[in-house]
Design a protein. Structure first.
Length: 262
């Protein structure tokens, strides 16, 4: 039996990260885990997040226990183990050594879009909350350890060109693309974190990836205090965005195979 493929997808909040997890979970060959370091992060920082007590009760608070599970047996013996990670959950004293056993990838989104979505769910936000500085640090770490640039997917490409973007991501990760990733049944999943009622309303109503119903938010559309955060975050976003996958990078064979399976 081939060794399981472990995918560590590094994202900040409000990056379409849960929708991307849905796409992978809808594959019959894939198990997923939702933000496994969240409880350890809350316990380590003392921050007050929605449903804090429930989150801490639902997961290990020792990062070592979390890491052991991520590189241990894959749930249900699946061939692919997709791990949805929030970059800001990785506190400085959390070890990174386990990452070498995963295929690391990065889901990015323009900071102005992230902030507009974030404050709709939680009124207070600072630069650390959206995880983009930590994301850039983890990206550089992955580059150094791999000796190559890991896959970078922009949420805008995922939303506007889902088939091509997912095919490009799968190609970069060394796995086959399947059209099953494009559509899923609405509603919650057993794999959702206990925090889902506070954050996943739109995902629970969704059945796939689609362009946003309204135009995007620019930096100047934001309140002044959020504009400052967006401009600081934009440096890290652009650092990673230089290497983003583009939909045209999907192989013709991937697209042809997808068409044949419609």
């Amino acid at each position: 039996m081939n060794k399981a493929v472990r995918i560590a997808m590094w994202s900040g909040p409000r990056n379409l990260s849960t929708a991307l997890m849905r796409a992978f979970e809808n594959r019959p060959d894939c198990a997923v885990v939702d933000e496994p370091f969240y409880a350890a992060y809350l316990a380590g920082t003392g921050l007050d997040h929605p449903m804090r007590a429930e989150v801490i009760a639902s997961q290990p608070i020792d990062w070592r226990c979390v890491a052991e599970r991520l590189v241990g047996p894959v749930p249900e013996g699946k061939a692919i183990f997709y791990q949805k990670h929030m970059t800001h959950h990785m506190l400085a004293d959390f070890g990174r050594g386990w990452m070498v056993q995963c295929r690391n990838a990065f889901l990015i989104r323009a900071p102005s879009q992230v902030l507009a979505s974030y404050v709709a769910r939680r009124e207070t936000v600072d630069l650390a909350d959206i995880g983009i500085l930590q994301q850039a640090e983890l990206f550089d770490l992955a580059c150094d350890r791999l000796g190559a640039v890991p896959p970078v997917l922009d949420a805008a490409d995922l939303r506007h060109h889902p088939r091509e973007a997912l095919a490009a991501l799968c190609q970069a990760l060394g796995i086959a693309f399947t059209p099953a990733m494009l559509r899923w049944p609405p509603g919650p999943r057993a794999s959702d974190g206990v925090w889902a009622p506070a954050w996943y309303g739109s995902v629970h109503r969704s059945t796939g990836l689609a362009p946003p119903p309204t135009p995007g938010v620019s930096v100047t559309d934001l309140p002044s205090h959020l504009q400052s955060i967006a401009r600081q975050a934009d440096v890290s976003y652009r650092h990673m965005a230089r290497f983003r996958l583009t939909p045209r990078q999907a192989n013709e064979s991937d697209r042809d195979g997808a068409e044949n399976q419609r």
